[in-house]
Design a protein around this ligand. Structure first.
Ligand SMILES: N[C@@H]1[C@@H](O)[C@H](O)[C@@H](COP(=O)(O)O)O[C@@H]1O
Length: 258
């Protein structure tokens, strides 16, 4: 796993946007895994400034609330349309969000999982992290083999997300989320986090034991995961000096490696 520690939230956005840029430039028909929440917003903002060709790019959102009207400003369908499709100019027909209003939610979840596979899989999955270590809406206890499914939200998550609603009572109780097994199939994972309130969750995800009680620790099992965090979110990592040294050896002018 590569850990990239940068100064602030804006730089988290710029660095992660650079990784997405590489992916889209090397594969014009790239499949991106899209995340919601506040952490990925600087990433989308930084991508807006780049002159990328989005024509053939597709996207799959991580999750959606159950029973929230698609037009509700805080439905993830609305957020993805506003922050990704409209902002960057992706083809909306290529961008998919689980259908939290489906009459058969289980079938909608299975279909979503199948649709990801049919595209050949996600090239780069952007991830945020909840303060309790959730990714997507995979709450503590989620199986690392889980697929896209209907799940309940914890009180902690509903409380954390109540800032987007008028009150905690308006936060939906259930969701459809890509499973941890689904997420781990993406070819590359990029997890972004900023702020001291994320420091504990980041430390558990990166340095803690691999355990379903911290779903984000599943990224330790992935062969190509990059964690991009600001100084504040890195504050509880014990190996900061190690992460700050170049990952590859550097050749000096005399040709020696150091
Ligand atoms: N389902 C989303 C997650 O995908 C996101 O990572 C998390 C953290 O959000 P934020 O980045 O706003 O802290 O919030 C929500 O629960």
């Amino acid at each position: 796993m590569e850990i990239v520690i940068v100064k602030d939230r804006a730089m988290v956005g710029r660095h992660a946007a650079g990784l997405i840029e590489q992916t889209v430039k090397s594969r014009p028909a790239a499949v991106l895994g899209l995340a919601t929440g506040s952490s990925p917003l600087p990433v989308y903002e930084a991508l807006e400034g780049k002159n990328l060709d989005w024509t053939d790019v597709s996207g799959f959102a991580l999750d959606e609330y159950v029973d929230i009207p698609a037009r509700h400003p805080q439905s993830y369908a609305s957020v993805i349309r506003r922050e990704v499709v409209d902002r960057l100019g992706l083809d909306g027909r290529r961008v998919h969000v689980p259908d939290g209003r489906a009459s058969d939610l289980d079938a909608a979840a299975r279909q979503f999982d199948g649709a990801i596979r049919e595209t050949g899989g996600v090239d780069l999955q952007l991830l945020g992290i909840g303060t309790n270590g959730h990714v997507g809406f995979n709450e503590p206890g989620s199986s690392f083999a889980s697929r896209t499914r209907v799940a309940a939200l914890t009180a902690n998550t509903r409380e954390a997300n109540s800032r987007f609603f008028d009150s905690v009572h308006q936060v939906p109780t259930h969701c459809i989320t890509q499973g941890l097994g689904t997420i781990l199939e993406a070819r590359r994972l990029v997890l972004v986090a900023d702020g001291t309130h994320k420091a504990e969750a980041v430390a558990r995800a990166v340095e803690g034991p691999v355990t379903s009680m911290c779903p984000a620790s599943a990224i330790q099992l992935h062969p190509w995961a990059t964690v991009v965090i600001d100084e504040a979110a890195a504050a509880k990592l014990t190996m900061q000096d190690y992460y700050r040294q170049p990952a590859s050896p550097v050749r000096t002018e005399t040709g020696a490696l150091r």
